[in-house]
Design a protein around this ligand. Sequence first.
Ligand SMILES: [Ca+2]
Ligand SMILES: [Ca+2]
Ligand SMILES: [Ca+2]
Ligand SMILES: [Ca+2]
Length: 489
Amino acid sequence: MESTLGVISVAKELDRSSKAEYELVVMASDKGQVPLSSTATVKISITISNNAPPKFMSSEYMAEVPENQPIGTNILSVSAECQSSVVYRIIHGNEENHFAINPNSGVVHSSVVIDYEKRQFYNLTISATNIIHAATYTTLLIHVIDDNDNAPNFSQSLYVGNISENAKPGTVVLTAKMALVVHASDLDSGQNALLKYEIRDEHAKKFVTIDSSTGAIRTVGEFDHEVFQNLEFTVEVCDMGKPQLRGLNPAKVVIHVNDVNDTPPEFSKSEYSAIVLIPTYQDVVITQVSATDPDFDVDTILKYSIKSGNEDGKFCIKQDSGEVFVLSEISAIRDYQLVLEVTDGLFRSQSMLNISVQQSIDSGISFSKYIYKASAKENDFEVRTLEVIQVSGRALNQQYTFRLLNGQDKFVIGRTSGVLKTTGKPLDREQLSLYRLVVEVTGETGKKAHAIVEVIVEDENDNAPMFINQPFHAVALKDLHLGGTVKQV
Ligand SMILES: [Ca+2]
Ligand SMILES: [Ca+2]
Ligand SMILES: [Ca+2]
Ligand SMILES: [Ca+2]
């Protein structure tokens, strides 16, 4: 008996992926004169060589993961083929340890809550190592998907703008010569950060509109500073994400309505009346009218004038103060009706002043003198008492009030004492040598009477004449006739 070995060897490289199993039929025959033979079936399974390194199913894996998923969320499973067991590791791209891999199964999962606003993309390198430390590598690309998890936020809590009250609808509201634009930001991306602005107050919507995407504000209505000076409203913002998020704090917008001169001034009354007692002289104050301009933020100067009723020139009005004066002496008893006008330079309005010139009768007030006469030196800076106005037969507890109706710039009267003084403002004889002052005296019953004080302004060079070369000596001749000259002095 003899035996020979039949060796089956590999003729070319086997590829397990194309054929994993072979079934060979082997025949053995002897060398007898009539050879006898026999066959046997050989089954060959192709396995991976223990020496071969592991092999990943794919050289690059790709995964998408929404942000904000809980820790431990599975991202993807990688796998490498190997005869022996394989250990998986993330060896690159995971410096912040946002992911972990199960070393045995190759399942990659998150180890933090992934935040799109912090990082949108990861590129991980994963290794597979077998027991003889043969290693192979693959890449895992992870794209983070944005979630609408940030509400928009206004850059400022308060926006201030200006508009002129005569601005036409459609005018851009300005702030410091730039268009007033409210602005909010959103940390998300895409639709989640696409913002929409909206005015919340219904009243404000009648006057302004906001561009829902740019936040620019322009007018839709007309403004009137005389109605309101400021328009205040709130603007809200929301994004276009799902779910839609609204900004937590709305922004406040204040628009100042700038005044322009578009309204006439108004007299305090449509009709004034005054009584003038005669005799009355130049500069006696009759009354003071006043007007106000509703355009109070505009620097306008009001000017008063008499439009009609003053044909004989008896009155004048101070254009700045509205004080109405007697311009020339009035002695006749009659009524005047003056039409007064006030203007702001652009607009004007009128009022009536009825003046009744009356004789002071039945006042029950009479004075110690019919006309008081006093004198004052010109160019005198001292305050000097000139006269005391006394009411005749004044009872002890009877109260009178005194008021100077003219000459107030140079003279003053004690309100209850009736003492008339100079003010210390020098008088100029060349300007006016005689003041006729009118003092209005009012009793407790309200009845009035006028006292007249004539003040003569004395020339300061009016020195009294003086004798010179005194004493005088004279010799009178015995036969001097009556009326004859003794001596010239
Ligand atoms: Ca987000
Ligand atoms: Ca958002
Ligand atoms: Ca005005
Ligand atoms: Ca105005």
